[in-house]
Design a protein around this ligand. Sequence first.
Ligand SMILES: Cc1ncc(COP(=O)(O)O)c(C=O)c1O
Length: 405
Amino acid sequence: MNERILDSFTKDALETARANNTYRSMRLMETPESSCVKIRMPDGASQEQILLASNSYLDLANIDELKQAMAQTVLEWGTGSGGARLTTGNKTPHQELEEFIAKFKGEESAITFNTGYMANVGTISALCGKNDFIFSDELNHASIIDGIRLSRAKCFVYKHNDMADLQRVIQEADKSRAYAPTLPAPRKLIVTDAVFSMDGDLANLPELLRIAKENDCLLMIDEAHATGVLGKTGRGLAEHYGCAHADVTVGTLSKTVAAEGGFVAGKQQLIDFLRNKARSFIFTTAMAPAVAAAACNNLRFIDAHPERVQNLRDNVKFFCDALRREGVNVDLSPSAIVPIVIGDEAKAMQVSAKLQEQGILIPAIRYPTVVKGQARLRASLMATHTQEQLQTAASIIAQAVKEGV
Ligand SMILES: Cc1ncc(COP(=O)(O)O)c(C=O)c1O
C-alpha cells in the first residue's frame, strides 16, 4: 500500500471536512426502527431515545404481522434473486409488487429499481441526452442532480418552488435554442421533489402541470417523502391537491413503505421504455424476492389503513403547535418533515448532541446537504409517536435552541 498516494486522494478532503464541521460519521442504533429506540452513546452505554429522525413515517418496519409476512417469503423464495430482472431475476413477487404500485398510484403501469436513488438516476439519464433541456428546482435531491449530470443534458436550475422563475428559465432555454437551428429540437423535462426532503414543503403540482403543458415539457416528480404521507389515503401529491398526475412519478419503497427499492409509475409506454433503456434497471441484480414481497405487503397495509396516515398528520400538527407554544419559530408542515433552522453548522451540531444526551434523537443537517449557514435540526414525525413523547421533545428542543448550548 502506497500511503503517500492514498493521502493525495483522501487526506485533504477529510481534514477540510473536520475543520468545517462537516465530517460525517455514523451513529449505531441497537434496536429496530421505531418511535423509541436505543442507541450507543459516545461512552459506550446504551441510551433510550425518542426518535424524531426516521423516514419510516408510518412506522411499519417493526409490525409483527408485516415481519412475519416477510419471513414467510424468505422461506418461500430464498435469500436472493440470483440475476438481473431481464435475465433470471424476475420472480413472481417482483411482478406482483409492480402491479400493486400501479394500482395504488392510479397509473397504467410501474417498474421497480433497487433503490430510489437508482430510479432517479436511471430514469433521467434514459429520458434525456446531450441535446435536451432539463429544468430542475434548486433544492432537488442529490439523486435527481446525479441523474441530470449522467444524462449530459443542459440543466436550467430554477429558484426553489418559484413558478415565475421556472417560466423564465424555460424562455431562456428556448431562446438559446434559436442559436442552434440545425440541431434536432431538444426534449424538455421539468423535474422536482414532491416533498422537499430538508424543508418539508411541497411542489406546486397544479402550476407545474400547467407550465409543462404550455411549454411542451414532460413533468417528473419524485414522491420519496410523499407516498404514504400526502393525501387522505397516502397516495401522494396528486391526491393532496386533487389534480392530475405528473407524466413520470418516481418513488421509494425504503421510507414510508419500510422495505427497500424505488419505482416509477406512469403510462405503459413509459414503463416499457425504462425497462429497455434505464441502465440502473438493466445492469444490476434484481432486489431479493422477499424484499419485493415485503414492499408489496407493506403497501397493501398502507392501503388498508388510511387512519395511520391521518394519525401522522395529527402528530405533525400537535408537534408544530407544541414547538410554537414553547417559542420555537416553525411553520405548520404539510408533510412529515419539520425543519428547525439553527443556521451555524457548529451550533446545530452542538444542539443535536445536547438533545441526544437528553434522550431526543434529531440529527443536525449541514452543508453540503443544505446551503451553508442554513444548518438545521430535521425533525421527522411518525404516526405512532404519542402526544406525551412529542410534548416532551418540544419542551427539550425549545430549551436547547434558546440556550444555544
Ligand atoms: C427526495 C428523495 N429522492 C430519492 C431518494 C433516494 O431514495 P432511496 O433511499 O430509496 O435510494 C431520497 C432519499 O434517500 C430522497 O429524499
